[in-house]
Write a protein that binds this ligand. Structure first.
Ligand code: ZN
Ligand code: ZN
Length: 445
């Protein structure tokens, strides 16, 4: 009776065993093969026959024995919604593949249902296996086998190629088996969860978005400049709008730098955001400079329209100007705080006086004229040990005013650069405790 009951459970147990690898996997659930059976192969995806598991483990064992480099081969059913790069990095970190300090670890990760394979390379091997080579190692022979569903053969070939490359000058005795063993029959793929958006971030597209935004902003600023230019009355007012250092150019460069680091944070591609974020502010600067030149040229033929009859007025020359200016106004113009323009209508005889504020002198607190000049001299330069002292002298250039003021002020000490603290220690598993810097390559098969 008892026997019968146990036997009746067998079909259910078999179904449960078949369903087990179908559960969505997370990097934290991947079995550490060094702990489980002291091997280098973890077949959570159920795609390796015992013969292939032994073959691949043999490759990893020889590599470790002869070079201390650790190669782990991990298969999973699916990536549980993560992108393979993130999944691989998490498994690599959790296992700590490679000897601590040498960081000579390698992880060959294969996802059965997404049909993705990735080689994650530890810090210490990034020189021997750069990303481009990692990609070629997966491409050579292995990808074709994986594509045809021969997971064992494909992963064996990939592991062998990777091991030979990682061993460098140390010869390995890996030989292909005379007859390829039978492949495992992998479970059928189920409906895949959509990968998270994070992995779909495309540096080229986001660079174009940011760059386009910067250019649109720059165009808007140019349009506003032209509108202000056309609205302004007088030559000095227009010249001030056409020239100078426009804030929009500075903002475009700040925007470029911020965008660059934003885009960089989402992907490993460095060149695309770099070029895009340099090109957009560059174009904005060029566009603004070009606009300034065009506007300045237009200034030469500019005539103020008469408010009474609409005819083009003539501007008085500077020599005539001075006669019409008061002493204070002449002082303001000389100090660079104001510019005065006199226009006369040749048709109706009307005249107009225009005044524009300029920045070379500021308003005097005593006489209220823009005739105040200020200069600062350093009495004692600031160092890291002590602050400095400066003297600021303000003088009013209005001959009818005698305002002058001198004040001394202290400047702060120069700051010392702070030193960074040492890195933290990590728990070591049965692998050596090596780290990866996200180097490697992923391929679809
Ligand atoms: Zn007129
Ligand atoms: Zn004054």
């Amino acid at each position: 009776m008892r026997m019968y009951r146990t036997r009746s459970l067998l079909p259910f147990l078999a179904i449960a065993a078949l369903l087990l690898p179908l559960a969505a996997e997370s990097p934290d659930e991947v079995v550490n093969p060094r702990r489980a059976d002291n091997s280098f192969v973890s077949d959570g995806g159920g795609v390796l026959s015992p013969e292939y598991r032994a073959l691949i483990d043999g490759v990893c064992r020889e590599l470790q024995a002869k070079t201390t480099a650790e190669l782990a081969v991990v298969t999973v059913g699916d990536l549980g919604g993560l992108v393979i790069e993130e999944f691989a990095e998490k498994v690599f970190r959790r296992f700590g593949i490679g000897v601590k300090g040498k960081d000579n670890g390698l992880l060959l990760l294969c996802s059965r249902d997404e049909r993705l394979v990735r080689l994650e390379v530890g810090y210490g091997l990034e020189g021997d296996i750069p990303d481009a080579l990692a990609s070629r190692l997966l491409e050579r022979e292995a990808l074709a086998q994986l594509r045809d569903g021969r997971f064992g053969r494909g992963l064996f070939l990939a592991a062998r190629n990777v091991a030979i490359q990682a061993a460098g000058d140390v010869p390995l005795t890996i030989t292909e088996p005379t007859a390829w063993p039978a492949e495992a029959v992998p479970p059928k793929p189920k409906n895949l969860p959509q990968p998270k958006k994070k992995g779909k971030w495309d540096p080229l597209r986001s660079s174009l978005y940011f760059g386009g935004g910067i250019l649109a902003f720059a165009l808007l600023a140019i349009g506003l400049t032209m509108a202000r230019f056309n609205k302004a009355r007088g030559r000095a007012a227009r010249a001030r709008i056409a020239g100078g250092t426009p804030a929009s150019v500075i903002l475009a460069w700040i925007g470029g730098v911020i965008s660059f680091f934003l885009v960089l944070g989402f992907g490993k591609d460095f060149l695309t955001p770099f070029v895009a974020m340099l090109a957009a502010p560059g174009l904005a600067t060029f566009g603004r400079l070009f606009t300034g030149r065009v506007l300045k040229k237009r200034l030469d033929s500019y005539h103020l329209p008469c408010v009474k009859c609409g005819a083009a007025m003539d501007m008085a020359a500077d020599s005539e100007d001075d006669v019409m200016l008061s002493t204070e106004e002449a002082a303001e113009e000389k100090a660079g705080g104001m510019d005065y323009e006199f226009w006369r209508c040749p048709k109706c005889g009307a005249d107009e006086k225009l005044a524009v504020k300029l920045g070379k002198a500021s308003k005097c607190p005593q006489c209220g004229r823009r005739t105040l000049k200020s200069s600062t001299t350093t009495l004692l330069a600031a160092t890291r040990e002590q602050g400095g002292r400066t003297r600021t002298t303000e003088t009013c250039l209005n001959p009818k005013c005698n305002y002058a003021k001198t004040r001394e002020s202290s400047t702060p000490r120069l700051s010392t650069p702070s030193s960074s603290s040492a890195g933290s220690s990590r728990p070591s598993g049965s692998f050596g405790g090596g780290r990866s810097g996200g180097g490697g390559a992923s391929r679809k098969f």
